[in-house]
Write a protein that binds this ligand. Structure first.
Ligand code: S5P
Length: 277
């Protein structure tokens, strides 16, 4: 049986070898939420305000830290404090895409100091295996101070119209996830990738990658720039473990009410999938 789709978060937390994934599943179970809010706002005040108000309803906050006009030490301190207060993880959606030597510097250090505050990061595998190897190497270096509290999602598919992240690209994403599974938690993808067949790797018995699905919106089918949406229900039925919603929540007239609605719909769809309802 595919543990990716039918087991509860609690059962997966108990068995999972990766400490950060265990913590993520425990958060979902404890708070009864699989919502990641994509907080794509442009000032620190808006970001921290959203994080505080939505905190009780989300498992993860996803940031694009480079779209803030006023990123500073206060942004980092505020995010860390709120992540502790509300028990959520921070996912910096930086989509690393470069040679290994460059991404190591972009991840650890630099002006954004991503490794210091982001539990989760993501990368495209367009540059090849080296990008995953490089990020995994940085996070496992003896002098890396954040240890097992860090993980990587591979961007295996994209929601935008005409996306080229398909076919061979997606299959290779699965191969690299398997090869670097100590650091790779799972995927950003529109569905479970458990059934992807590859000549270069095979699925182990206990494989349990986490699927984050973006492009989730309850009231829109897409935007004018190629974004394509599905509902929480359809995303979870296709294998999403965590649904990522941006404008559907933060641009709603009442973001807290919207977050509660995504939380409820996401949770009900999860219960239906694991057969608890
Ligand atoms: O394929 C993708 C992958 C990502 S990470 N499609 C996406 O839309 N995203 C991100 O999810 C995107 O960068 C944005 O931050 C969020 C979607 O925002 P929304 O407002 O359309 O829900």
């Amino acid at each position: 049986m595919s543990s990716t789709s039918r087991s509860t978060y609690g059962a997966r937390a108990q068995k999972h070898p990766n400490a950060l994934v265990r913590r993520l599943f425990e958060i979902a179970e404890a708070k009864k939420t699989n919502v990641t809010v994509s907080a794509d706002v442009t000032t620190t005040k808006e970001l921290l305000d959203l994080a505080d108000r939505l905190g009780p309803h989300i498992a993860v906050i996803k940031t694009h830290i480079d779209i803030l006009s006023d990123f500073s030490e206060a942004t980092i301190a505020g995010l860390k404090t709120l992540a502790e207060k509300h028990n959520f993880l921070i996912f910096e959606d930086r989509k690393f895409i470069d040679i290994g030597n460059t991404v190591q510097k972009q991840y650890h250090g630099g002006v954004l100091r991503i490794s210091e505050w982001a539990h989760i990061i993501n990368c495209s595998i367009l540059p090849g295996e080296g990008i995953v190897e490089a990020l995994a190497q940085t996070a496992s270096a003896p002098d890396f101070p954040y240890g097992p509290e860090r993980g990587l999602l591979i961007l295996a598919e994209m929601t935008s119209k005409g996306s080229l992240a398909t076919g061979e690209y997606t299959t290779r994403s699965v191969d690299y996830a398997r090869k670097y599974k100590n650091f790779v938690m799972g995927f950003v993808s529109t569905r479970s990738l458990t059934d992807v067949r590859s000549e270069n790797s095979s699925r182990s018995e206990d494989e349990d990658f986490v699927v984050f699905t973006t492009g989730v919106n309850l009231s829109s089918k897409g935007d004018k720039l190629g974004q394509q949406y599905q509902t929480p229900q359809s995303a979870i039925a296709r294998g999403a473990d965590f649904i990522i919603a941006g404008r559907g929540i933060y641009a709603a007239p009442d973001p807290v009410e919207a977050a509660k609605r995504y939380q409820q719909e996401g949770w009900e769809a999860y219960l239906a999938r694991v057969g608890a309802q």
